[in-house]
Design a protein around this ligand. Structure first.
Ligand code: SAM
Ligand code: 2KA
Ligand code: SF4
Ligand code: MG
Length: 242
C-alpha cells in the first residue's frame, strides 16, 4: 500500500482513558506500530518490538475511521492515538477526516519527533522519558513538539516516575515548561512481556510507589503537579486491548 497508509498495531474500545488529563473519559484507541525509543520498562512492546511487525497492518485513514465507527456506533468521541510512537506515522489526513465526522483527537508521544499536524490535535500529551527508561531526552526536539502544537491543542506533560532520579527529572521538565500542566504517573515495574497473556501486576508495589510519590509532592509543596495512577492497570492489570 502507498505512503498514505498508517501502520496500525491495534484499534480497541470504547474504553476509558486510563492516564493523564482525560482520565476516566470514554475513548477509542488507535495504536500505531513502531517506536524510535526502547524504554527499559515499556508496557507496550507488542507495538514497539519489530519482532511483532507482521502483526502491524498498513491501513488508510478511511479504513481506520470505518473500524472506529464500528466500535463507537458512529457516535463521535475522542480517539486516542498512541503507540509505539504515533508521531512517526502520517496521521494528519486521519485527524482531518475524523474531525469532519465530529471526532476529537488526543495523542501521546515521548516528544522526540515534531509534526506540523500536532497543531490540529485537540489534546497533545508529551511524555518525555526519565532516567530509569534508559533513554536520553533531546530537549531541543521536545521544544519543537511544544512549538509545533502552538495554541492548537491543549498540551500537557506526563512523566512516569519510578525513583528519586525520575522525580528530579520530572521537576526539571516542569521548570522548563511552567505554563504546561504536569501529570506524574507511578511506573509499573511488572510490564507485560510482548507475547504473553499473563495479566498479573504487583499491585502492592505500584500502590507503594503511588504513596511514596504523593509523599514527595506533598513534602516539596509541589502543588502544580497532578499525581495519577494508570487506572486501566489498576482495573485490568496488564491486559491488552482495554
Ligand atoms: C506506551 S506509551 C506510547 C506513547 C509514546 N511512545 C510515549 O511513550 O509517550 C504511553 C504511555 O505509557 C507510559 N508507560 C509505558 N510503560 C509504562 C510503565 N511500565 N509504567 C507506567 N507507565 C508506562 C509511557 O511513559 C507513556 O506515557
Ligand atoms: N485504557 C487505557 N488507557 C491508556 N492510556 C494510555 C494508554 C497507552 O497505552 O498509550 C492506554 C491504554 O492502553 N489503555
Ligand atoms: S517511547 Fe513509549 S512506546 Fe516507545 S518504548 Fe518508550 S514507552 Fe514504549
Ligand atoms: Mg499503555
Amino acid at each position: 500500500m502507498s505512503g498514505r497508509t498508517i501502520r496500525v498495531s491495534e484499534i480497541f474500545g470504547p474504553t476509558i482513558q486510563g492516564e493523564g488529563a482525560m482520565i476516566g473519559q470514554p475513548t477509542v484507541f488507535v495504536r500505531t506500530g513502531g517506536c524510535d525509543y526502547r524504554c527499559a520498562w515499556c508496557d507496550t512492546l507488542h507495538a514497539v518490538d519489530t519482532t511483532f511487525r507482521s502483526e502491524w497492518a498498513p491501513m488508510t485513514p478511511e479504513a481506520i475511521l470505518k473500524q472506529v465507527d464500528r466500535l463507537s456506533g458512529t457516535r463521535p468521541l475522542t480517539i486516542s492515538l498512541s503507540g509505539g510512537n504515533p508521531a512517526i506515522q502520517p496521521l494528519g489526513p486521519l485527524i482531518d477526516l475524523g474531525q469532519r465526522a465530529g471526532y476529537r483527537f488526543a495523542l501521546e508521544t515521548q516528544g522526540s519527533l515534531a509534526k506540523d499536524w500536532f497543531a490540529d490535535l485537540d489534546i497533545l500529551t508529551l511524555s518525555p522519558k526519565p532516567p530509569s527508561s534508559g533513554m536520553e531526552t533531546d530537549w531541543q526536539k521536545l521544544a519543537e513538539c511544544v512549538d509545533a502544537a502552538g495554541s492548537g491543542p491543549q498540551t500537557v506533560l506526563k512523566v512516569v516516575v519510578f525513583d528519586n532520579a525520575d522525580y528530579g527529572y520530572a521537576r526539571d521538565v516542569a521548570d522548563r515548561y511552567p505554563s504546561l500542566p504536569i501529570y506524574l504517573q507511578p511506573g509499573n515495574h511488572t510490564p507485560p512481556p510482548p507475547d504473553g497473556d499473563d495479566t498479573a501486576i504487583d499491585m502492592e508495589g505500584i500502590m507503594d510507589r503511588m504513596r511514596w510519590l504523593i509523599g514527595k509532592v506533598a513534602e516539596d509543596r509541589w502543588y502544580e503537579a497532578t499525581v495519577l495512577p494508570q487506572l486501566h492497570t489498576l482495573i485490568w492489570g496488564n491486559l491488552k486491548g482495554v
